[in-house]
Design a protein around this ligand. Sequence first.
Ligand code: WT7
Length: 646
Amino acid sequence: MSDLKSEATDHVLNELRVFTPSQEVVDNANITAYMHSKGYTDFHEFHKWSVENRFEFWDDMANELHWFKKWENTFEWTQKPFFRWFTEGKFNIVYNCLDRHMGTPVENKVAYYWEGDNGDTRTITYKDLYQQVNRFAAGLQKLGVKKGDRVGIYLPAVPEQAVALLAVARLGAVHSVVFAGFAAHALRDRCVDAEAKIIITADGNYRGGKLVDLKKTADEAAAEVPTLEHVVVYQRLGTEVPMKEGRDIWWHDLVADIPEDVVVPCEEMDSEDMLYILYTSGSTGKPKGVVHVHGGYAVGVYATMKFTFDIKPEDVFWCTADAGWVTGHSYLLYGPLMTGATSVYFEGIPTYPNPDRFWEVCAKYKVSIFYTAPTAIRSLMRFGEEWPQKHDLSSLRLLGSVGEPINPEAWMWYRDVIGRHELPIMDTWWQTETGAHMITPNVTLPLKPGSATWPFPTIEADVVDKDGSSVGHEKGGFLVIRHPWPSQMRTIFRDAARYETYWNTIADVYFAGDAVHRDNDGYFWIQGRVDDVIKVSGHRLGSMEIESSLVSHPAVAEAAAIGKPDPMKGEHVKVFVILKNGYEASPEMEKELKLHVRSNVGPVAVPDELEFVPSLPKTRSGKIMRRVIRAKELGEPIGDTSTLDN
Ligand code: WT7
């Protein structure tokens, strides 16, 4: 993490709309029942209690899961900033996802409605999933996979992706999932760093109708991973692919002689044993292997399923993220499965074959909770309301957003067009490193478009300056968390020093790397990454606020703002704008947009330069890479681009 260049941020976006939840929603919420059990009706009062009694809260959550052996201490610092949760507990997250449901009504419930890129479907019950995971775990055992081994997973979003993760974790091995859109060098670097013994991949797949040659890419990477022993290949397409003698084996051959009802008992793991490594891009340099463990991670993810998504037995939950991202780990796989929920598992993309694919799938499976990214919302807004209007979305009851700040304009569209002018939106702020939601509404809170609202129970978030002093309300600063929480990363794989920078950039607190401000009601407004803050004539502007102002103009679909060195102002703002279908780039449009920012946010934020572009560089998970735009604009080296999509 870089040195703190900026002091703090100014806040210029003024959003005054507030939406209160209906009494019925509040009365039926999971969080309401829990608050009542502690004697509270007001969330803010309850939150105060939860910070003061955080171990009681987390004990309660942990007690709803299955432990082979109960923990001794809820929390211990080992050597600051290293810590442990649920010490001496014996636990396996997979037992809680599968075994625990056998012999209960969940056993025959649908775990996943799988929807393929081309419209193929599969329906998988908890029992089916349990059997497939056991069978594949037995197969992996034949290849010598055991507790602590690292297994690379490079698969498309087919149910076997879930089976692979769960089978690896069942054996106590460690999965390292690499998104199937990544190139060979990205897969290689991640597998080399993790010292992977096995890579699980597929012959290929289609995404958005385009062929992805997975095995070819996996082969390129595999050739350069010294620790690699085997490549397991799932046959997704049936195309001819080269198989390396002695190294490669087909998934179906591996399990062919294993009985369908085989049971491979879950490895009884220590709470603090590694569950997975997931690489996330640092702003510079090589990707960081974020380490999560079985016990605390499971408890954190479980609690957020329950209180953020308010999950109920009859819900159909759809998290559109791929299992290649932490969102997929936590809310496509482990979270829904631990709570015995029914989920949609989607292989495709939002715009294929048409820009109503999300809405078509929502209607088809009667989705009740829908969780996606602002980038998807903004790109679908471009195509107009007629696409969602073709579908019956009346099954929806709750919407969610994750990955970036959601601009108020996109938030309103999401609520009005997808959410019938009434559905609440859970704008969940969290990170690969945090494992689960950290700042997020719950269904009882009044919502403000563009604000992630309040910290999750027990989470002590604050806005501080460089020295770690609280800046108070209505002022921008750095987002920090004052105490560890169960689902937090334990370290960076083989790079403890890099982990420590999260806790020593600002002394003794977890530094998230985001700029934020807190309003007079205590609501948090994320302004973007600290590295993307633009400093104009002494004002520090979060990229998000300028971009939101542009996106609130009817002609603008997406925008990216960067700072460029300026002899007079220190930096000036340059924006890159994608127009909505039906609008033309012209000098008049440029003038109009600048005026719009001026009246909306104020003169300091007015871009000196404005360029119309057809697309923006994004990560494969959909975040705008302002760092890349800046480097290109200034003719500087672009740095690590392994996560760059286009
Ligand atoms: C960064 C973490 C969390 C899973 C997906 C991304 C940004 C994430 C929000 C939100 C504003 C958000 C932050 C954060 N971010 N969610 N609701 N509002 N910003 O995980 O790739 O580790 O990225 O994404 O900048 O630090 P990630």
